[in-house]
Design a protein around this ligand. Structure first.
Ligand code: 5AD
Ligand code: SF4
Length: 483
């Protein structure tokens, strides 16, 4: 269905999408074929993902186009084309890209045909692009988050002109459907349900680099899920920066809970996950739909960010400590076997040890099953970057360590409640450290490693949860579910 080789590439490119990109894919196919013949091997390409699930999904789209164009995909960065899909949510993500670009330059010196491309959130930052143009002149292609659907066209232009191409858009309201995708896992897939964010939490760069909130039409989402199910996918993850506000701005508005109910009806799909929920928008309707569902996983990722109402206000989160606690309690009351995980930032401007204690208090009360703790990173252009009272490093470290200790203790206690139970796990991959083990995931997102071989991958297996090791289990397979 993808990539029409007979497309007339000598005529003018179509103006409509996605036809225009298929035209460029056809052009790329001819170019890659010729180059492969010249070099005596099929050209290779590698897509490297930094950052979140959104980026991982975008990378699958890039890979889909490359595969259609005739590249052989590889994990090695010594390839004929390497793309870094970048992240900029915290500064260490940017620093990693700069570090690895140095290594790529070494590969390029050995293989002068090599092309290097950069895309993703970091490219939406003017200062980053300026730095790359000045100090990393060996980069051949730069594009951003808003025009990722134009990848085939941009790559084709760069290859045919043999000159660097830079194309960054400030924003877009366009959503292009039906481009090729190459999934990393045959049995599970992410699905974008919305793009961008309108919340403007004061520390966060996402609304600036991903633009305003745009929801996809439910019919397009459901069609995509049906196609995935027909292709053997049993677990889907609905992706959005704030899924709880999904559908509000559509011509025919629909709630996120309404979308979930429709997704649930699709045959072949056994598990439904979603990310991320903003506490201020989490509805009772959603809790009810989750409670009644046989497919929606028993997991809610509900970023807290801080347990101090004063800091939450400065973060522009629009809920208080008490409101968060009440929400978590309601969710646990309605769905007792649910796992609640969270994100927490330490070191936001003006934060004191007393504020960190408030956060620790929430961690103890909610008993998160897992919490990702981050040190505040100043992002240029966000309101928090110019706030007074930036917290000194040593104070941040003290608060961070104390919080982390509490998180580990409470999570271990919570996760170990399942010890001895037999629960279904989706076998995802062979364990990278011990290849006699398979790594599986419970409905509540807890990881369990158990003896088994790769024939189990993609299947749901009943696993006895023998030993709790903090955030994960060692177990043994008891029974396989019917396919
Ligand atoms: N500094 C530290 N952590 C941040 N996050 C977002 N912006 C920043 C920042 N400037 C964290 C939040 C968010 C997660 C994806 O990243 O906790 O939920
Ligand atoms: Fe960033 Fe807040 Fe939007 Fe999440 S909800 S992406 S933290 S602005």
């Amino acid at each position: 269905m993808y990539g029409n080789r007979n497309m007339a590439v000598n005529s003018e490119p179509p103006m409509e999408e996605p036809e225009r990109q298929y035209y460029y894919i056809a052009k790329l196919q001819r170019h890659i074929e010729k180059e492969s013949e010249k070099l005596g091997h099929i050209l290779t390409a590698s897509v490297i993902t930094f950052g979140c699930q959104m980026n991982a999904r975008d990378s699958e789209k890039l890979s889909g186009i490359l595969e259609c164009a005739g590249y052989r995909l590889t994990d090695s960065e010594e390839a004929d084309l390497v793309i870094y899909n970048t992240c900029t949510v915290r500064d260490n993500a940017n620093q990693r890209v700069y570090g690895r670009l140095g290594v790529l330059n070494g590969f390029k010196k050995k293989n002068p045909h090599m092309k290097i491309a950069l895309c993703g959130c970091m490219m939406q930052e003017e200062s980053a692009v300026e730095k790359i143009q000045k100090s990393y002149r060996f980069v051949d292609l730069i594009f951003g988050t808003h025009n990722i659907f134009k990848f085939a066209e941009l790559l084709c232009t760069m290859l045919e002109s043999n000159r660097p191409v830079i194309d960054i858009w400030e924003n877009t309201d366009q959503i292009v459907e039906d481009l090729p995708v190459e999934r990393k896992y045959p049995f599970k897939s992410g699905i974008n349900i919305m793009f961008g964010c309108n919340n403007f939490c004061s520390y966060c760069i996402v609304p600036y680099v991903r633009g305003r909130e745009r929801s996809r039409e439910p019919k397009d989402i459901l069609k995509e899920i049906e196609t995935l199910a027909a292709d053997g996918v049993i677990e889907i993850m609905l992706l959005g920066q704030n899924v709880n506000s999904y559908g509000k701005n559509l011509k025919n508005p629909i709630s996120f809970a309404g979308l979930l109910k429709e997704a649930e009806k699709i045959e072949g799909i056994k598990r439904i996950r979603f990310m991320t929920s903003h506490p201020k928008d989490l509805s009772d309707e959603l809790i009810q739909v989750m409670k009644e569902s046989k497919k929606i996983c028993r997991h809610l990722h509900l970023p807290l960010q801080s347990g101090s109402t004063r800091i939450l206000q400065a973060m522009n989160r629009r809920y208080t400590k008490e409101q968060y606690l009440a929400l978590a309690e309601k969710i646990r009351r309605e769905i007792p076997d649910i796992a609640i995980t969270t994100d927490i930032i330490v070191g936001f401007p003006g934060e004191t040890m007393a504020d960190v204690e408030e956060t620790i208090d929430v961690v103890k009360k909610v008993q998160f099953d897992n919490a990702f703790t981050f040190i505040y990173s100043k992002r240029t252009g966000t309101p928090a970057a110019s706030m007074p009272n930036q917290v000194p490093e040593d104070i941040v470290k003290e608060g961070f360590d104390k919080l982390l200790k509490t998180v580990q203790e409470t999570a271990k206690k919570r996760v170990s409640l399942l010890e001895g139970q037999v629960l279904p796990a989706l076998a995802e991959e062979v364990n990278t450290q011990d290849t006699s083990l398979i790594t599986g995931r419970l409905s509540n997102n807890t990881i369990v490693h158990f003896p088994g071989d790769k024939t189990l991958i993609g299947k749901i297996v009943d696993v006895r949860l023998a030993e709790c090791h903090g955030f994960y289990y060692l177990g043994e397979a008891v029974k396989m579910h019917d396919a």
